[in-house]
Design a protein around this ligand. Structure first.
Ligand code: ZN
Length: 264
């Protein structure tokens, strides 16, 4: 599932190839990914427009033009790639933005999210309005304040986009494992030391993941072993636990992330 790091990679694709390019036409192979805009409108409103510098907020990529603003969300299976030459279309390419230099291709197998068109930057901000601060720019103090307001399980709070934007299942589990905090701990039960450990883990995991453009499946990371049978903690070799928290499958080490250590 695309999380902050993957989405930052998609933003980079746009920045590297499409910034300053003219959109010649938009080919919509499947309008099932369009949100609040028809294929006809999308083509009409974007034809001849020049793409500007893209930015990311949480799991969204925002691509301004000299007219409307395109917003991309990637759901569970979305992606954005650049095809400079005559690369044949891929099976799940849903929308292709044909520019004067190549194609920007939005693919999505499951079509759970998609493409929105805003009239201008203010309209784009309205689409993003309900989101919490971006995980890459949240400060330690702000994170502490946000956690203090929520009594739910820390794992569920971290992946709630209305609290903090950008973290998904892999990032949240990785951060909690690195900070040695049990995913079921009530968010507001964390003491100052634990909040600090969480913030440091968040910065470290995000920095490394953004560099890799995904959560890197290194053997020294939880993400590198979590899908193995009888997976063991990369730190202490204890068998990992697995359970559903906040509607998602969570993985943690019962030894490094003891629930009994709760300060609440
Ligand atoms: Zn462990």
């Amino acid at each position: 599932m695309p999380e902050l790091a993957d989405v930052e990679g998609f933003r980079q694709v746009l920045a590297d190839h499409a910034d300053g390019r003219r959109i010649e036409r938009v080919n919509v192979a499947d309008a099932g990914v369009l949100r609040g805009v028809t294929a006809r409108q999308l083509g009409r409103d974007l034809r001849g427009r020049i793409l500007g510098r893209p930015w990311r907020y949480g799991k969204w990529v925002v691509a301004p033009t000299d007219g409307p603003v395109i917003l991309f969300h990637f759901g569970m299976t979305g992606s954005l790639r650049w095809a400079g030459g005559h690369e044949p279309p891929a099976r799940y390419d849903r929308v292709v933005f044909v520019t004067d230099a190549g194609d920007l291709r939005y693919a999505d197998m499951r079509k759970l999210a998609g493409i929105t068109l805003a009239n201008d930057p203010a309209d784009a901000s309205r689409v993003l309005r309900g989101l919490g601060p971006d995980a890459l720019s949240v400060s330690a103090a702000e994170l502490g304040r946000l956690l203090g307001r929520h009594r739910g399980a820390i794992k569920a709070v971290l992946i709630d986009q209305h609290v903090i934007a950008g973290l998904g299942n892999l990032l949240a589990d990785e951060i909690l494992w690195r900070a040695r905090i049990h995913p079921r701990r009530p968010a507001r039960s964390l003491n100052a030391g634990e909040q600090h450990a969480l913030y440091r883990a968040l910065r470290r995991v995000l920095t490394d993941s953004v560099r890799a453009r995904r959560v890197p499946p290194r053997s020294s990371w939880l993400t590198g072993v979590r899908d193995q049978r009888e997976a063991r903690c990369p730190r202490c070799r204890t068998l990992l636990c697995r359970g559903r928290i906040g509607g998602r499958t969570s993985v943690w080490c019962p030894r490094c992330q003891a629930l009994a250590a709760a300060g609440a």
